[in-house]
Design a protein around this ligand. Structure first.
Ligand code: HEM
Length: 360
């Protein structure tokens, strides 16, 4: 919990993985697991659920969870995502061209934060003008776990009324018109789902994209390879998510006696699954600290695993791909501003929140 760990948790992650694969952290009030196999094992356990309070998908289980997930999943994959990605691509090019005219720019505030929020707002059919407001909430704690729900609910209420009266084809209309077990979703349920989508898009993708750019800008040779061979972008993105996941810690609570990392834990125990440590476990990944765009199997653990694994992975990947393409097209000389070093921070959500660059 010390500030040093929040600025660089990886030495502590290594110490845990090597010497204390299951350890009780009194300050956190949780059992901590850090090895790849143990983290995966914990995330798929039925007896481990999200830590309350909350009203998002993450906090649902069983039939309720499956039924609500089935409502949002179709809008976040396949052709639906391709259509959204085309919108994200247009936004990315507009943002990138604006930056191209500048001497120096902060890619985090001027690009990484805008693009993912705009993509999810477009999926939901919410007005573009509200993007800035949603971003402020994302910076203040709106994640896929919810947050800021009073402001969010007040902002959404008029849109819900309108969609219920005149449904369109956007995801918000789908949610407003949906029924589960013969009953329409309440406003509360729709707002909960929308919150997790906006939070997932705005916070996690923005930080992941910032780490992606930092990894590439830190290694001009690999950046040059990606610039020449754009087909490598998805692999370069997946590898950045492995090395620097934006949600390095996923919390769970035992609803009954469970076995974690080979040891029994009682009902009520809280378990901190260190995705960030698991993603650098040398038992799973060779030379795990290195960012290597040619790594053959970076895995997908940054998105969790099991029944709660992130449904937004495909949208995030497309957003990142189109975002990077737009930047590479518009900014031929993209590099760090003189003297600048990215400083990722945070444990529950993590990434650099400033990226000063020279665009030309
Ligand atoms: C790089 C970007 C992203 C990363 C790394 C990420 C990561 C995660 C993780 C670690 C979880 C938790 C899994 C668990 O509790 O076991 C999660 C859940 C979730 N994410 Fe994402 N996410 C990203 C982008 C998105 C986007 C773009 C959306 C929406 C459009 C989204 C929506 C959600 C939702 C709704 C859940 C809850 C799923 C459930 O409980 O069934 N995420 N995400």
């Amino acid at each position: 919990m010390s500030p040093g760990v929040a600025s660089d948790p990886y030495p502590a992650f290594r110490a845990l993985r090597e010497g204390f694969p299951l350890v009780r952290d009194e300050l956190l009030g949780a059992w901590v697991v850090s090895r790849y196999a143990d983290v995966c094992g914990a995330l798929v356990q039925e007896g481990l659920v999200a830590v309350p309070p909350g009203r998002t998908l993450t906090h649902m289980e069983g039939h309720t969870h499956r039924a609500h997930r089935a409502l949002v999943e179709p809008a976040l994959r396949g052709r639906a995502v391709a259509a959204l990605a085309a919108g994200a691509s247009r936004t990315a090019h507009v943002l990138a061209r604006r930056i191209a005219a500048r001497e120096e720019a902060d890619l985090f505030t001027e690009f990484c934060q805008w693009l993912p929020t705009a993509a999810v707002m477009a999926a939901l059919g919410l007005p573009h003008e509200d993007t800035a407001r949603v971003q402020v909430w994302c910076r203040g704690g709106l994640t896929h776990l919810g947050g800021h729900h009073h402001e969010l609910d007040a902002c959404l209420r008029p849109h819900l009324d309108r969609r219920r009266a005149h449904p369109g084809t956007d995801l918000l209309s789908v949610l407003c018109g949906a029924e589960i077990d013969g009953r329409p979703l309440s406003d509360e349920a729709v707002c909960g789902l929308v919150g997790s989508l906006l939070g997932g898009g705005g916070e996690a993708t923005a930080l992941a994209f910032a780490s992606f750019l930092a990894n590439l800008l830190d290694d001009p040779q690999q950046l040059a390879v990606v610039r020449e061979r754009r087909a490598l972008i998805p692999a370069a993105w997946a590898e950045s998510l492995r090395r620097d996941p934006p949600a390095p810690v996923v919390l769970r609570r035992a609803v009954r006696r469970v076995t974690v990392a080979g040891a029994p834990l009682p009902a009520g125990a809280v378990v901190a699954c260190l995705v960030g440590a698991a993603n650098r476990d040398p038992a799973r990944f060779a030379r795990p600290d290195r960012y290597d765009i040619h790594r053959s199997d970076p895995g997908r653990l940054a998105f969790g695993t099991g029944r709660h694994a992130c449904p937004g992975a495909e949208l995030a990947a497309r957003t990142a791909e189109y975002g990077l393409r737009a930047l590479l097209d518009a900014l031929p000389g993209l590099r760090w501003a003189p003297g600048f070093r990215p400083a990722p921070r945070g444990l529950l959500t993590r990434g650099p929140r400033t990226l000063l660059v020279r665009p030309r």
